[in-house]
Design a binder for this molecule. Sequence first.
Ligand SMILES: Cc1cc2nc3c(=O)[nH]c(=O)nc-3n(C[C@H](O)[C@H](O)[C@H](O)COP(=O)(O)OP(=O)(O)OC[C@H]3O[C@@H](n4cnc5c(N)ncnc54)[C@H](O)[C@@H]3O)c2cc1C
Length: 401
Amino acid sequence: MKQQILIIGAGFGGMWSALSAVRLLDQQQRLDVAVTLLAPQAELRVRPRFYETDLASTVAPLGALFDTVGVRFVQGSATQIDGQSKRVTYRDASGSQAELGYDRLILASGSQVARPPLEGGGRVTFDVDSLESAQRLEAHLQSLGRQPESAARNTVVVVGGGFTGIETATEMPARLRAILGDKTQVRVIVVDTAKQIGSAMGQEIAGIVAEASASLGVTWRLGSPLSRGDEHGVQLGNGERIATSTVIFAVGVKASPLTRQIKGERDSHGRLHVDRNLRVLGQDAIYAAGDTACAAVDDQGNHALMTCQHAIAQGRSAGNNAAADLIGVAPIAYSQAKYVTCLDLGGWGAVFTEGWARKVLLTGKEGKELKTRINTRWIYPPAADRKTALAAADPSIPVVA
Ligand SMILES: Cc1cc2nc3c(=O)[nH]c(=O)nc-3n(C[C@H](O)[C@H](O)[C@H](O)COP(=O)(O)OP(=O)(O)OC[C@H]3O[C@@H](n4cnc5c(N)ncnc54)[C@H](O)[C@@H]3O)c2cc1C
């Protein structure tokens, strides 16, 4: 009977965990350990692109890649993790319940948007967190084109002015005009409780976000939260009413609820605290990677953010280290000293920064060219070629964007 490394999730953290575990086992010629990945689909769904219109190209199939490297894919959703008996219960595609055992588990089940309930606003609210919700938003936007002209039809409200909210809002004028026509007076409004435009992104970027917003006609309502909604619009805490048929929530994410089934300390996002090898603190056999893990990236006190930039590198480390632990090889501590940000600003371009203080290096068209390269090439899975794919999973490769 082979020993089992089980990975939950086929996102950035999960896919790279699987490849890096296989890479080490291959190098050590350990045929007695199997790598199994459990997820609802054998697909890498490229969440960083879900604010775009073209959603078909945001899904990268993983079946051939897994076959090539010898990862066993099990289709299903984990429902329960039993750390005592080392078993994971899941619901398969037909809805039946089944179980998988493990010797080492890597939890890479990602995160979900933390959508607060909006009193009265159910029908008009959307998000861009998952493929399904992004498709629902796109279908809704298309349906606006079949509705009679009105202020509510022409207005999109984005709730939350952080990274995702800014990307969604700055892309929206062009998306709306493509559907409603160039001559339509479209309105895109960002509602944020902060006092300054883009303040969550740091001072230097904030000025650029303000400039891009102004040039695209995206306006901001600052310092007042959304208080209620109905099918004709929303109301802010300060009493202002905005007529709209489309409210998009981008108010931050929470780690996958599966994190709550593992005994351990969690941060305010629900992420499990992990050690430098990405093993969950207090656990012998459970690792976490990506949006489920709260991991130190350096010795300066910086921690990974909930980004694919960090999930990719953590996957390469967690897979390697879970396999290393099982076969008695020294682990390679996770570290990711370099941190960059590339924020899409729609038709204005993009801004690229380096470092935790986000020093601006590229803006406008140059920034956009880099953003396009990152989002359409660099974060996609490697080709389904065994040698190339395993070489790409080396944990010592720095992730630069
Ligand atoms: C609109 C948007 C824009 C973004 N922009 C950027 C950006 O510019 N740069 C950046 O670095 N990051 C960006 N991010 C964040 C980035 O997408 C996430 O940090 C990243 O996807 C996390 O990777 P992950 O592998 O942890 O989780 P995910 O990519 O979410 O993958 C989770 C996987 O787990 C599976 N799963 C979930 N629950 C279960 C279960 N119960 N059982 C089995 N499998 C399960 C899912 O199906 C999926 O396969 C953006 C996110 C969004 C939504």
